[in-house]
Design a protein around this ligand. Structure first.
Ligand code: AMP
Ligand code: ZN
Length: 469
């Protein structure tokens, strides 16, 4: 597979440390709020990558952390802990917030057909490991104590900036707008490994350490969790492009200084989901969630298809119009799959031919839109229903669009019109009652819910009727 590597700054053949096996690490969510669909773009594309590797025969072990401590409001080491802010916002404890939003994250993740990772490790569960690695970094001179905190000394590295997306000079300014400089740092890009002192003394979770009672910095968690579950050589590390600096850069600094050899050979970064106003982000206040899409009548898999239609290394702009297009495409696709006859014997040469086309798309830096094209080519192919269905099942192991399941559900609905009619009539009656009570929101909600299921309501003087669209 040819895959772009942010470390070498080029597309290259994806290689693993052990033949046939992939150790894969993913930066997980910071669980202080719902994930927005921008965050989930990253997870969808990482899921496709994982599934593509499995489809090609690799044995993949995927590890994800859950950031429940240490991620401060700025990605540099200043501001309040995001978890503490979340807990204050909702008048709950940090651990309650962490549990609630971890569950919410995996609920959305599942709705988008993303495979649950082999290992999920909350950051708060690894304190002894952080202490061990930080001690080692202090002993070997890569870290220093200042003002009660432990810092990583970036000047000790031969090369600190490893990704192409950042220019050393730009970053040397280090400190972003509105973020105060930490005077304890010897070099601007030094970062905290362990805090005992911060301007914000309301940190909820603290642990004893050789340097005093405190808490870990954000970056150390990913290095330690990865090394614990995936060993000294990591094949593949994933995350959104905003994590490349400083988070991933700092992970590399810590891990390689601790191990004394190169650590992760391949870095996969997913570019941002933007709105008309720029990158979708929680700090801007307004963001879209999977639940909101559902409330508006979109199957979350329409969003998955929307993401697959463009390349992971290009920024993607979200608009409702774009999502409507993806929804229409998804519904037509399901209808076409549902229309396939279950006839004939699987024709092996045809299977081989289209699988090769699909594989070529994946091997071309995970070109998911070409992979979707391969699916359309199967639908148009001159072969029987059994072969097409076998290919669709196979491709969907990677695409994760629930094609055969949704098509079967569609057929079932169509096969039982009487049952369905009763249910639809009941909903129409509820809507009529809502309208009589001037509850327009409820009336609209019912109309939208039916619309999402392909049922259009027609209001006439005599009452409301419906038709399938
Ligand atoms: P967080 O929960 O903030 O730690 O972010 C979780 C993941 O989402 C990280 O890999 C981020 O890089 C990624 N991410 C954040 N914002 C976006 C966005 N607008 N588009 C795509 N990925 C994003
Ligand atoms: Zn991370």
């Amino acid at each position: 597979m040819q895959l772009y590597n942010s470390l070498s700054h080029k597309k290259e053949e994806f290689k693993t440390h052990e033949p046939g096996k992939v150790s894969m690490y993913t930066c997980g969510p910071t669980v202080y709020h719902f994930a927005h669909i921008g965050n989930l773009r990253s997870y969808i594309m990482e899921d496709v990558l994982e599934k593509a590797l499995r489809w090609e025969g690799y044995e993949v072990k995927r590890v994800m952390n859950i950031t429940d401590v240490g991620h401060l409001s700025s990605d540099a080491d200043t501001g309040e802990d995001k978890m503490v802010k979340g807990a204050q916002r909702e008048h709950k404890t940090v651990m309650e917030i962490a549990q609630f939003y971890t569950d919410a994250f995996f609920a959305d993740y599942g709705k988008l057909n993303c495979r649950y990772p082999d290992v999920v490790q909350p950051a708060t569960g690894m304190i002894p490991e952080y202490i061990q690695v930080i001690t080692r970094l202090l002993d070997t001179g890569y870290a220093y104590l200042a003002g009660g905190n432990v810092y990583f000394d970036t000047s000790k590295l031969e090369k600190y900036y490893v990704f192409n997306d950042h220019d050393a000079e730009d970053l040397a300014t280090g400190v972003r707008e509105g973020v105060e400089e930490d005077v304890n740092k010897r070099n601007k890009n030094d970062f905290v490994l362990w805090f005992t002192k911060s301007k914000f003394e309301d940190q909820a979770l603290k642990w004893d350490s050789p340097w005093g009672v405190g808490y870990p910095g954000w970056h150390i968690e990913c290095s330690c969790i990865s090394m614990k579950f995936l060993g000294e050589y990591l094949d593949l590390h994933c995350g959104g492009i905003d994590n490349a600096f400083p988070h991933h850069t700092n992970e590399i600094a810590q891990s390689e200084s601790c191990l004394g050899h190169p650590w992760c050979s391949h870095w996969f970064h997913v570019h941002h989901l933007n709105t008309a106003g720029g990158k979708m982000s929680k700090s801007k206040g307004e963001f879209l969630t999977v639940s909101l899409l559902e409330e508006k009548g979109y199957d979350p898999l329409c969003y998955r298809l929307f993401c697959l239609q463009s390349h992971y290394r290009k920024a993607l702009t979200f608009s409702w119009e774009n999502l409507d297009n993806a929804k229409a495409t998804y519904e037509k696709l399901i209808a076409r799959v549902a229309a396939l006859e279950e006839e004939g014997q699987v024709e092996e040469p045809v299977l081989t031919q289209y699988k090769a086309q699909f594989r070529e798309a994946l091997d071309n830096d995970l070109n998911t839109s070409l992979a979707v094209t391969a699916l359309y080519d199967v639908l148009k192919a001159e072969t029987n229903g059994a072969t097409k269905r076998a290919l669709i099942a196979s491709f969907d192991e990677v695409l994760g669009l629930g094609l055969l399941e949704h098509a079967a559900a569609m057929k079932e609905r169509e096969a039982a019109p009487a049952e369905r009619a009763e249910e639809i009539e009941a909903l129409i009656a509820q809507r009529t009652a809502a309208k009589a009570a001037k509850n327009w929101a409820e009336a609209d909600r019912i109309r939208d819910e039916l619309k999402a299921q392909g049922i259009e309501l027609i209001d006439t003087k005599e009452g409301t009727t419906w038709k399938r669209v």
